[in-house]
Design a protein around this ligand. Structure first.
Ligand SMILES: [Zn+2]
Ligand SMILES: [Zn+2]
Length: 273
């Protein structure tokens, strides 16, 4: 079963993609299920600090949900999920409120910000990497990931090792074995809490040119017994939907992954791949 469980649409502060164009493209690519996973915060270029949850986030998510419901009636052949991409913040109270008040089908959890810098966007990433060693930077990132899992109100972790997207330009290729202790601790905690792992193809054509997470980490996921895996393009434009999925499938199968999961009302269903 082909799914794209990480797509941003025009209700996300960083995308203009019309929902109907997303649906048409998904059907053309042979997908059976998609999930719209918008951000709750803004990433306005030129602002030093990435924003936290926006005051209008709740309303925006309600509108997005309504629109998905309307399109689901028009396109019964495609399962359209209503999701969110929630990022870890120092103060998780606004996010917790948002998650409790909104009836999501699926929630992705992300770490985008470290010490006030957006490490997933090129505008400010160098501010973070230039001032520390690889070990410091990567440990800082994975410690933040542990906190996200500790908070835990998510269904899957998005772009698990996105730190390498820009990190590899400063320190060379990412070698998961160097961080096996903390990575194993994170994965075990994910398993304990039933949190799944996303396979994210968003940087396979640029920057680090690798799947998130690294294939070695996917093998550890299988060994540790992580139950659920999702697949997402992280498309902010319609043409990016389902991009590099053939390669992602090959990597998933090599790692021993046999199923992908879809979610309805935060409840997962496994599908053979
Ligand atoms: Zn993200
Ligand atoms: Zn995203």
């Amino acid at each position: 079963m082909l799914i794209d469980y990480h797509i941003h649409n025009h209700f996300s502060p960083d995308s203009d993609s019309p929902t109907e164009a997303i649906i048409e493209k998904a059907l053309k690519m042979g997908l059976s299920a998609i999930c719209i996973t918008n951000h709750s915060e803004t990433f306005t270029e030129g602002e030093g600090l990435p924003g936290t949850v926006q005051p209008d986030a709740l309303k925006r998510f309600e509108k997005a949900k309504q629109e998905i419901g309307d399109f689901q009636k028009k396109y019964p052949d495609l399962m359209i999920g209503f999701g969110g991409e929630i990022q870890y913040e120092d103060d998780m109270r606004p996010v917790t409120e948002l998650v409790e008040k909104t009836r999501f089908d699926f929630i992705l959890g992300s770490v985008h910000n470290l010490d006030g810098t957006n490490i997933s966007g090129h505008t400010h990433a160098d501010q973070f990497f230039e001032r520390q060693t690889e070990e410091q930077a990567y440990h800082r990132y994975f410690e933040e990931m542990l906190k996200l899992i500790g908070w835990g109100r998510i269904d899957a972790v998005a772009h698990f090792d996105i730190i390498k997207k820009y990190g590899h330009e400063y320190y060379g290729p990412f070698k998961p074995e160097k961080y096996k202790t903390i990575l194993t601790a994170i994965l075990k905690k994910m398993k304990e809490k039933g949190i799944g792992m996303e396979l994210n193809t968003g940087s396979m054509h640029r920057r680090c040119r690798e799947l998130f997470p690294h294939p070695t980490i996917l093998k550890w996921c299988v060994e540790i017994g992580i139950e659920h895996f999702t697949l997402g393009s992280d498309a902010h434009d319609v043409h990016e939907i389902a991009r590099y999925f053939d390669e992602a499938f090959r990597i998933a199968k090599d790692a021993g992954i046999r199923t992908l999961s879809t979610y309805r009302n935060r409840q997962p269903t496994k599908h053979q791949i």
